[in-house]
Ligand binder design. Structure first.
Ligand SMILES: Nc1ncnc2[nH]cnc12
Ligand SMILES: [Zn+2]
Length: 354
C-alpha cells in the first residue's frame, strides 16, 4: 500500500474490504472445525451415540467458562472421527469455508495424541488429512501446511513417542506446536521434545499466554525456540516481554472469538488487539476452533472491527499483511499474496477518492 497514493477508506466500506481481501490463517485446529451437523453425521456413520439428542442441544452445550471446559467437550467431540474418510470430510469442509473467506494460505494444527490415545492409527489421521489437502490445493487453489501439536497435559515421554511416530511423515510436516491445558503445564516440560524437533528442521510454534502467565511466553521463546506464539495476549502484563516480542517481531496468532468464548476477555470491545497493535507487535487474527467459538476467520475480522471503533482500514491492512509475513510460506509466495492484497486496498482506496 503506497502511502502517497492511499486515500482513507471509510469505515462503512470496511466489511466489504475485509471480505474481499486475501488472507492467511495460522492458528486453526482442524478438530475445532468439526461442526455439530457433521459430528452427528459421523456419529451416525460410525454407529456412535452422542450424549445429546440433537444438533441444537449440542450447540447449547458450547457455553464455556474457561479453556478446560472447552477442551473437555472438544476432545469428546473428536471421538466421532474414526476413519480416514471422516478426517478428509472434516478437513475438506474447512477448506471450502476457508476458500469462501478468501484464505490463500492455511497452516493448520492437528492433535495426533487425541486420536492415537483412543486407538486411531496415525496413518488413518494422516491419510484423511492428506487426501483433503491434495484435493483443496487442486480444486480450491489453497496453499496448505500441517503442524501437529503435542498435548501439554500429557507427559514429555508421550510427546517424545509421538514425535517418533511422526518421523515417517517428516517431509509432509511444516513444524510442531504445543497446545491443550496451559495452566500448570509450562513450556519447560517439553524442552527435550522441541530440541529434537528443531534438530529435525521442523518449524516451532507454541500456545502461550492464552490463560498462562507471561513467563510461559518467555519459556516458549527461550526454551522451546518458538518462532510464533499462539495467542500471546497476556504478554501485555510484562513490558520487558512486549519489548522483546516487538524488537524481534515475533508473530502472535491472536484469536478474538476464542478469547471471548473462553472468557479470556469479557467482551470484544475490551479485547487487547488495539493495544497489541499500538505496541508495534506483529499480530494477525485467526479462528482457533471456529465450530466451537461461533465464527471463522471472516467473522473474527468483522466482529473485531465492529466492536473496536478505534480500528481503521490501515489496521486491517497491517493485520492481513502480517498474516502472510508471519506464515512459513516462501518469500515468493508471500510476495504474490501481498501484491494481491495491495491491489484490493488500492481499488477500495480509489473508490473512496471518487
Ligand atoms: N485455544 C486452545 N488452546 C489450547 N489448546 C487448544 N486446542 C484447541 N484449541 C486450543
Ligand atoms: Zn489454539
Amino acid at each position: 500500500m503506497q502511502a502517497d497514493t492511499y486515500r482513507p477508506i471509510p469505515r462503512a466500506q470496511l466489511s466489504a474490504l475485509l471480505a474481499a481481501a486475501p488472507k492467511a490463517e495460522l492458528h486453526l485446529h482442524i478438530e475445532g472445525t468439526l461442526e455439530p451437523e457433521l459430528m452427528f453425521a459421523l456419529a451416525r456413520r460410525n454407529s456412535i451415540t452422542l450424549p445429546y439428542p440433537d444438533v441444537e442441544a449440542l450447540r447449547r452445550a458450547y457455553d464455556f467458562s474457561d479453556l478446560q471446559s472447552f477442551l473437555d467437550l472438544y476432545y469428546a467431540g473428536a471421538g466421532v472421527l474414526q476413519t480416514a474418510q471422516d478426517f478428509e470430510d472434516m478437513a475438506y469442509a474447512y477448506f471450502e469455508r476457508a476458500a469462501a473467506d478468501r484464505i490463500r494460505r492455511a497452516e493448520i494444527f492437528f492433535d495426533p495424541q487425541t486420536h492415537t490415545h483412543r486407538g486411531i492409527a496415525l496413518a488413518t489421521v494422516m491419510a484423511g488429512l492428506e487426501a483433503a489437502i491434495a484435493r483443496a490445493e487442486r480444486e480450491l487453489g489453497l496453499s496448505i501446511a500441517l503442524i501437529p501439536c503435542f498435548l501439554r497435559h500429557l507427559s514429555e515421554e508421550d510427546a517424545l513417542q509421538t514425535l517418533d511416530a511422526l518421523l515417517p511423515y517428516r517431509e509432509r510436516l511444516l513444524g510442531v506446536g504445543l497446545d491443550s491445558g496451559e495452566r500448570g503445564n509450562p513450556p519447560e516440560k517439553f524442552a527435550r521434545v522441541f530440541e529434537r524437533a528443531r534438530a529435525l528442521g521442523l518449524r516451532i510454534v507454541a500456545h502461550a499466554g492464552e490463560e498462562g502467565p507471561p513467563a510461559y511466553i518467555w519459556g516458549a521463546l527461550q526454551t522451546l525456540g518458538a518462532e510464533r506464539i499462539d495467542h500471546g495476549v497476556r504478554c501485555l502484563e510484562d513490558p520487558a516481554l512486549v519489548e522483546e516480542l516487538r524488537r524481534r517481531q515475533v508473530p502472535l496468532t491472536v484469536c478474538p472469538l476464542s478469547n471471548l468464548r473462553l472468557c479470556v476477555v469479557p467482551d470484544l470491545a475490551q479485547h487487547p488487539l488495539p493495544a497489541l497493535l499500538d505496541a508495534g507487535l506483529k499480530v494477525m487474527l485467526n479462528s482457533d476452533d471456529p465450530a466451537y467459538f461461533g465464527g471463522y476467520l471472516g467473522a473474527n475480522l468483522d466482529q473485531c472491527f465492529e466492536a473496536l471503533p478505534q480500528l481503521d482500514a490501515r489496521h486491517a491492512y497491517t493485520l492481513l499483511r502480517n498474516s502472510f509475513e508471519a506464515s512459513f510460506a516462501s518469500p515468493e509466495q508471500q510476495a504474490g499474496w501481498i501484491a494481491e492484497l495491495d491491489a484490493v486496498f488500492a481499488s477500495f482506496s480509489a473508490d473512496a477518492a471518487r
